[in-house]
Write a protein that binds this ligand. Sequence first.
Ligand code: SF4
Length: 324
Amino acid sequence: MTEALLKVDKLVKHFPITGGVLGRVVDKVHAVDGVSFELAAGQTLGVVGESGCGKSTTGRCILRLIEPTSGEVWFEGKNVTAMGKTELRSMARDMQIIFQDPYASLNPRMTVGAIVGEALIIHKLTKTASEYQDRIVELLETVGLNADQMRRYPHEFSGGQRQRIGIARALAVSPKLVVCDEAVSALDVSIQAQVINLLEDLQAKFNLTYLFIAHDLSVVEHISDQVAVMYLGRIVELASAQGLYTRPTHPYTEALLSAMPVPDPQFKRKRIMLQGDVPSPIKPPPGCHFHTRCPIAQKGLCSTESPPLKKVNEGHWVACHLRA
Ligand code: SF4
């Protein structure tokens, strides 16, 4: 196995909830509850789970856009979680993020050229005005836009084009790792495919490493080398994409996969309907967080003991008392 570019070790993020006149901490949201994984350079880890499972918070803690409560993040052998502001600022060049809502993340008062070029100025990456202009044109063309569009404003573009602007902005600093935080979730299916194809082409061209966050297993299937399935702040299954889609092992992954559309109805999986909603991350169920909805939960064991993530096959880990 290649040396990991990114290592995440027992990452925890709890958001305090304050109340009363004194604003005391009365509870906390267990957004991320001990997440660990490794990601090699040039690879893509798809992170999937329902809304509120902690996938976006994990991505943001890795970049330190949100401060983790505990745990460590290592990037190229350096402890990101222990970095001071100056070190973190220079590290920011290597780790970029593309957001879900390209419109909200683009300043409507700035031209596309200024948006894409902002990081070039901040990090002093071009020396002359013409070099700056040329680099912006190069970045726009790299993502399938053209030079004429640099003087236009975000509202003049479609959702897919705005996401391309977001990608060009992320690429401006030549990052190594890009966190794609629901980067295609707001787009129509046909546009999603175009943006995913673009991301794949860019990965091949620049040896990019992606943490690709989505709520839908079908979205991450083709772009991911590995997939992590999250439920209430924990990874419940982590496997190669092939292993996960052909041999799903955790009952939650099975349920998610059973809801996925298949091209050939002959191979349609039996739909597994989960009962109830995802419990609140303020008071996650004890033991296995999934036991309140699990079709095969065992009384006693599943509601009292938290299953650790165990290796079931080469490159395949599962957190389930009965399956691992
Ligand atoms: Fe279901 Fe128990 Fe496995 Fe959790 S540990 S997924 S409740 S069988």
